[in-house]
Every structure is written in structure tokens, then in C-alpha cells.
Design a protein around this ligand. Structure first.
Ligand SMILES: *Cc1c(COP(=O)(O)O)cnc(C)c1O
Length: 477
């Protein structure tokens, strides 16, 4: 139900006090901009509270259930960080002030230094508003680097076949030709195929580590050396840093540029489309090209540095999302030297859950060790007419959000499961039990699995149509 449908003429939730100044006609000031026919719902405060509380209950959320959505790191984020993000000293600061914004600049500087330390990088920018924008920045800097070096033939970007869609999309947006590199039987980048495709025309490789199969790319150092031999850049997609924080530093593997997803790894809740934080760390080679302004510390004070002749310029109107930076800084400082436990428990939980599901589904990469997530296939259920989407929908009826499905593209009927470090072993057991029940139902009554979900407010949605021809307008009288 739309809130407009609750509207009742003259009903109000709030009454303004009596005017104690002379009444004026807004038309005199607004002229043509004055719109009389604006239709607001006329509702009481209680109507509003009930409406939005009801809407919130229609959703799956980390506050009500586990969200094992692989590649997304939908962990629980401590509430205290939400309070910090709302501190008015930061929240209400005007983005044009600089000298008076010492606290905010210090926040940015300290977070930047910590992320450099965590990632093993020489330079950092907190500007990108999302992982995908971090990728854009990475490739813009790659372009600037090659232009600077007179590398006129660098027109290709290598992307593994397990990569996240944003990687090839970004490369193609930047005018590169995208060349796909196969993965091998172990689920890692195929070394032979990589060598074959690593020509002088390659500007960059975009790799995710651990990759989207949850498998660690053990050859990363030799891959870096091979790229550098050709004066090519190694971009690492850092969306999976939850498997590495505090344990390993990509900068030390020869990674030239990497985006962090502050909204995945560092305590900003996400899943509604933003805002996000895609901080980008760089090696010495790319440092001169970082976007302006950078936050620099001089003595005890901080300022914005604009004088960077090789910079790719500006990426956002201002400097990134302060609320997200506050959460990230608080999160990192809270853990301190214990930060590695985040990664250790994330990996432990994924492997425990994988163990609980052993033998129930196909595992195309069975012997390969997994990090913070793993990908299974339900291809064997196709005989009963049941696919990955059906299993995902059946989970919704059992009170769980579904894993990512049909990704990465290299696994047929894929379920990509990332439990994260914040779930208890008991929750993982419940989740495994729900999957076991679904498999039992597939044996007995596959049509029931195909008919799920039954308990959700809306049942099957025609997703492609909703995406291509969205109805974004409601009509009310
Ligand atoms: C989430 C994700 C991205 C994109 O990050 P956004 O912040 O959503 O733009 C890129 N690569 C991988 C592997 C991801 O999981």
C-alpha cells in the first residue's frame, strides 16, 4: 500500500504554531516556480510510523536474518559506529571550509594512513564513492601513467573469467579492449593463458584476490612481475579484503592500485545502493596521478593539497563521504592489532559452513582451499527441474536471505556463499539445516521448491522485466 492511499483530506501529523508575523503570498516571491497542485499525503503521525515500520518489515535485513550474499560481505556493523557517523561536528560541516575543518581533515589523513598500512600502499585517495568508482579511478591513473611514459600501444585490459562485472565494464568505459583470461582447474588464473595474452599492448590486469570463487591467487607475485616486465599495471579489486585485513598486504605482492570497499569491509551497512566508500591505494608508480585534492599534514595541522601536476583531477564534487570514513576509522581503531581476527573468523566461518554442506551440493573446485567465501553448484538438481534460483527462493521461506546466484559465470547454477565473521556457529548450522531441508523437498516434491517463495510479501518477480521496464511512478487520484 502506498502512503497516498492512506490519505484523508485535512488529516495532519503536525501543526505549525500560529503565525506571529504578517502573512505573505508566496506567489509574490516564487512567481512561476510556485506549484499549487503538489499532492502530499494527508496522514497522521501514527499513519506515518505504521506505514514505514510495516515497509521495513517487508525487507530482509541483517538486523533480522543472516545475509550470506557472496562477494558483498553483508556482515553486521556495530551500532556505535552509526552514532559516530551522525556526530554533528562532522555531519554538519560545510564542505567548503578548510582551515576550520581540522578535525575532519585529520580524520581523513589518519584513515588514509591506516588504509595504506593495511594494504601496503604508498599513497591513497578517499574520494571514490564506490568500488566501481575506485576501479574507474584506477584505470584513469593507468591511462595517465601510460600516456606519461609514452606507451602509446597500451590498449588492452586483461580480466579473468571469474571477475566481477564492474571490472570489464570499467575497462570498456575507459576505452580499453577487454581480454578475458581463463581460470584453471584449481579456480585460479590460468598461467599459460595469461602468458599467452600478456602482449606489449596490455595496459593492465584487473584481478580479485581472493577471487570471486573464494580462492586465493597464489601466483599473484609472479603475475605482478610478468606485468611489470611489460610495463603494465596490476589492479587488484579489493572487494574481498575481508579475507585479508590484518593478515596480508596486497601492496607487498606488487599490486599497483587497489580499491577498498569501505562499505563491505569497514563497517558501513550497505545493500540499498549507497552511499559508499571506494578508497584507492596506490604503489609508488601511480602515486603522482592520484586525484586532487590530497589531505596532507604539515606540523600539527592539515590542509588540502591541490598542486599536483600529474593528477588525473577530481573525481567527486568534494572529498568523499565523511560518515563512512568515521565508521571505518572507528572500526579499525577499535580492533587495532586484532584486526586480523576479522579475516581469520571470516575464513573460519566460510570453511565451517562449507564443511557442514559437504556432499550435499557439487563443488567444482573441491580440493582447493577456500578463503572467506565459496561457490557451490546445484547443477545436479536440474534433473528434478530445480535450479539455483529455486533453491535461493526456497531459502527465503525458511527465514534466510539467499546467497548470490549465477555468479561467477564460470560455475553453472552457482550458489556463492559468504557467511562473514559475524555469524555464530549456531546460525551457520541453522542455515545448513535449511539447505538440507530444501534438498529433501527437492527429492520429495520438487514442484514445491519451484513454487517458493510462499511466505514473502511478493512471490516471484519478473526480474529482467523489472530491470528493463521498471514502473517507477505510482498513480493515485
Ligand atoms: C562489490 C564488488 C565490486 C563493486 O563495488 P561497489 O562498491 O558495489 O561499486 C567490485 N568487485 C567485486 C568483486 C565486488 O564484490
Amino acid at each position: 500500500m502506498l502512503i497516498f492511499e492512506l490519505s484523508s483530506k485535512g488529516r495532519r501529523g503536525y501543526r505549525l504554531p500560529e503565525l506571529d508575523v504578517e502573512r505573505v503570498d508566496p506567489r509574490a516571491y516564487l512567481g512561476d516556480y510556485f506549484r499549487e497542485e503538489l499532492k502530499f499525503p494527508e496522514v497522521s503521525e501514527l499513519d506515518v510510523v505504521r506505514h514505514y515500520t510495516r515497509l521495513s518489515q517487508l525487507n530482509y535485513a541483517i538486523d533480522t536474518t543472516m545475509v550470506p550474499l557472496g562477494s558483498c560481505t553483508m556482515k553486521y556493523n556495530p551500532r556505535i559506529n552509526e552514532e559516530l557517523a551522525g556526530l554533528e561536528e562532522f555531519k554538519d560541516l560545510h564542505p567548503m571550509v578548510e582551515e576550520q575543518a581540522q578535525g575532519t581533515l585529520r580524520l581523513m589523513h589518519e584513515l588514509g594512513e591506516l588504509l595504506k598500512e593495511i594494504g601496503g600502499f604508498e599513497g591513497i585517495s578517499l574520494q571514490p564513492a564506490a568500488g566501481a568508482q575506485g576501479e574507474l579511478l584506477g584505470l584513469l591513473m593507468t591511462l595517465a601513467y601510460h600516456r606519461d611514459r609514452g606507451n602509446t600501444n597500451k590498449r588492452k585490459v586483461l580480466v579473468p573469467d571469474t571477475s566481477h562485472g564492474t571490472n570489464p565494464a570499467t575497462a570498456s568505459l575507459c576505452g580499453f579492449e577487454v581480454v578475458t583470461v581463463k581460470s584453471n582447474r584449481e579456480g585460479e588464473l590460468d598461467w599459460e593463458d595469461f602468458q599467452k595474452k600478456l602482449t606489449d599492448e596490455v595496459a593492465c590486469l584487473m584481478i580479485t584476490n581472493p577471487n570471486t570463487l573464494g580462492i586465493f591467487e597464489k601466483k599473484i607475485r609472479v603475475v605482478a612481475d610478468a606485468l611489470h616486465e611489460k610495463d603494465a599495471i596490476l589492479y587488484m579489486d579489493g572487494a574481498n579484503m575481508n579475507a585479508l585485513v590484518g593478515l596480508a598486504k596486497p601492496g607487498q605482492w606488487g599490486v599497483d592500485v587497489m580499491h577498498f570497499n569501505l562499505h563491505k569491509t569497514f563497517s558501513t551497512p550497505h545493500g540499498g545502493g549507497g552511499p559508499g566508500g571506494g578508497a584507492v591505494g596506490v604503489s609508488k608508480r601511480l602515486e603522482p596521478y592520484l586525484p586532487v585534492p590530497l589531505v596532507v599534514k604539515e606540523g600539527e595541522s592539515y590542509r588540502l593539497e591541490w598542486d599536483r601536476p600529474k593528477s588525473v583531477g577530481k573525481l567527486l564534487t568534494f572529498y568523499g563521504h565523511t560518515g563512512i570514513m568515521l565508521r571505518a576509522l572507528a572500526y579499525i581503531l577499535h580492533y587495532g592489532s586484532e584486526l586480523k581476527k576479522v579475516a581469520q573468523y571470516a575464513v573460519l566461518n566460510a570453511n565451517y559452513l562449507k564443511h557442514l554442506l559437504k556432499g550435499l551440493f557439487l563443488d567444482p573446485y573441491e580440493p582447493s582451499p577456500r578463503m572467506h567465501e565459496f561457490v557451490l553448484s546445484v547443477q545436479n538438481l536440474l534433473e528434478q527441474g530445480v535450479n539455483a534460483m529455486d533453491v535461493a527462493k526456497a531459502l527465503l521461506d525458511r527465514g534466510f536471505y539467499a546467497p548470490t546466484v549465477y555468479f561467477p559465470l564460470t560455475v553453472k547454477e552457482a550458489l556463492m556463499i559468504e557467511p562473514t565473521e559475524t555469524e555464530s556457529p549456531q546460525n551457520l548450522q541453522r542455515f545448513a539445516q535449511a539447505l538440507r531441508e530444501i534438498l529433501q523437498l527437492v527429492k520429495e516434491k520438487p514442484e514445491e521448491v519451484k513454487a517458493s517463495p510462499k511466505k514473502t510479501p511478493v512471490r516471484r518477480i519478473r526480474e529482467a522485466e523489472a530491470n528493463r521496464k521498471p514502473v517507477l511512478r505510482a498513480s493515485w487520484a
